[in-house]
Write a protein that binds this ligand. Structure first.
Ligand code: AMP
Ligand code: ZN
Length: 133
């Protein structure tokens, strides 16, 4: 991909803006290369998106997808432990936001409606599930 296109994508990409701290998010995990934050339209308590900080459109475009999955595993196990749920679901869609992301959802059932909820409620959920110190 030519450099100018890359910059256009970076500028327009909402998840790149989250990585850059230009728009807020409910972060629960961060390291040098990856970030996890609560989905703004949650289907269940703890519905999380795990992304590489580097902009690529598809999970399958990311060079070190094995390392990425190790991070997703760590977060999925944590969500399972904190929620007390044995089942932790995960899916990869990506038709809405063109920046690689993996959904992680603790629990067998949704329990929420995929709609925005009050910021105070989001903050409570973030505090419950955070892996940040
Ligand atoms: P999809 O691309 O189909 O996997 O869906 C993108 C997901 O990103 C949806 O579940 C949205 O609710 C979520 N989403 C979109 N914008 C934000 C945001 N600013 N913060 C957190 N989650 C978001
Ligand atoms: Zn991006």
């Amino acid at each position: 991909m030519d450099g100018s296109w890359y910059n256009v994508l970076m500028t327009d990409c909402i998840f790149c803006k989250i990585v850059a701290g230009e728009i807020p998010s409910y972060k629960i995990y961060e390291d040098e290369k990856y970030l996890a934050f609560l989905d703004i339209m949650p289907w269940c308590e703890g519905h999380t998106l795990v992304i590489p900080k580097q902009h690529v459109q598809w999970v399958w475009d990311y060079e070190n997808v094995g390392e990425y999955f190790e991070v997703v595993r760590k977060i999925a196990k944590h969500l399972g432990r904190v929620s007390g749920e044995e089942v932790v679901r995960s899916n990869i869609d990506g038709w809405e936001v063109p920046h690689a992301h993996i959904h992680v959802k603790p629990g067998k059932n949704n329990g929420m409606k995929g709609e925005q909820i009050a910021p105070e409620e989001m903050e409570k959920i973030r505090a419950k599930f955070t892996m940040l110190s």
